[in-house]
Design a protein around this ligand. Sequence first.
Ligand SMILES: Cc1cc2nc3c(=O)[nH]c(=O)nc-3n(C[C@H](O)[C@H](O)[C@H](O)COP(=O)(O)OP(=O)(O)OC[C@H]3O[C@@H](n4cnc5c(N)ncnc54)[C@H](O)[C@@H]3O)c2cc1C
Length: 436
Amino acid sequence: MQPLLLLSPDLIQTNPGLAIGLVVLLAVAIQTALALVGTVRRLSHQRRQLELERIRLTVLVKAAKTEWNNAELEKASWNGWRKFRVHQKVYECEDVYSFYLAPHDAKSIPGFRPGQYLTFGLDIPGRDRQLVRCYSLSESDCKREYYRVTIKKERSPKDKPGIPPGVASTFFTEGVKTGDILNVKAPTGHFYMDTGKETPVVLMGAGVGITPVLCMANQIADSGSKREAWFFFVCRNGQDFMLRNDVERLRKSDNIRVYVCYSRPGSGELPGKDYDREGRLSPELLKELLPSSNYDFFMCGSGPFMKDMYDGLIAWGVPDGRVHFEAFGPASVKRVSEAKTAPAAVAATSNAGGRVTFGKSNISCAWDGTAGNLYELAKAQGIRIDYGCGAGSCGSCLVAVKSGDIVYKETPGFSVEAGSCLTCVGCPKGDVVLDA
Ligand SMILES: Cc1cc2nc3c(=O)[nH]c(=O)nc-3n(C[C@H](O)[C@H](O)[C@H](O)COP(=O)(O)OP(=O)(O)OC[C@H]3O[C@@H](n4cnc5c(N)ncnc54)[C@H](O)[C@@H]3O)c2cc1C
């Protein structure tokens, strides 16, 4: 017979001791169950707390590591020119080569922030003075034996075929060979992805503008970061697809989405196999593919490409501070926030109505601030001044000031001698005469 059947109501009624015992038993069972639920709740809360603490500590450790790396980077950096040997020159596609550069002194080389560039001092045969040019690092800084830059030969302008192609890029792609020694300044630049953060990013490169953003994507893949990243690249077709192996390798990372656009696919090139989408990379495509606009956007490419993307992103509601870009030539994008962020001195002179005289060219014009800087003003007048980084750090655009004062939009990367001016970041304070 089953034990419960023994506890008939009659038996309980006739046996008050048994009834009390049952009540006590029930109370104990309920209390035990409640205590158990409480313990489970407490434990799961504690687990959640521990998990949060673990995440907090991971972020702190990462931030400390980044701080440490940055400090190491500053310490191991060098001033002025250092000699690097071309360890390897690799053909990427028509007109484009990658150069792997190892330090000639065989000492270690510092890391860098993904997106930064190297400055080269080139002694090109037949030229009387050194030519300075900047090239972005195209590989992550996880590989510390060498630096890699990827350089595209700049052809003559389509409307001026009589003009020779780009001097430095032709020298690199056609003249420089494995074993050659080059003068290189340490990695620098303000366009970089903060590796101390894990916030999602959208990386966009057009043509050779792929180099700094690929470096960022490579950094995410090589460091094992789980940061969400979207990598967009646009080129004409497979013939122009530089650094293809790197891009295809990115597809293996779960957290990186790769999207390659061909603006003019070749015959036989198929979507889904050779590329992802036909057409240009546009703000509309981003809106179609991205789940939201809540990203940091990094881009590099031609002037019109960046202007379109910038305007589209701002119109989409992306805050100005979350759109980052690098121009390989003079600036094409004017930030909506520029007027607000310009230092007071520049703001005060931007509409000052002073005159800028280019002595050598015998040209004089009014300064109303719209050109943005003296380099742009000279260019608009058809006056050619050498150009390097566009950020006041390489010294290429330095010209002598014959009279007048200069103010800087951004603090130059080195102390500019009195009587000289870095035109790419300089503005006139009243009337000035430049030796250009
Ligand atoms: C931060 C930064 C990073 C960069 N990263 C890269 C990179 O990763 N890869 C890369 O390939 N490039 C990069 N660049 C661009 C690079 O620095 C050079 O600007 C580029 O290689 C062209 O230099 P060049 O000496 O070959 O051309 P230049 O000799 O300066 O000529 C440039 C163009 O002007 C034309 N030209 C020459 N004279 C005249 C004239 N009188 N009138 C009209 N047109 C004329 C030339 O035919 C050529 O098309 C970067 C630039 C910056 C600022």
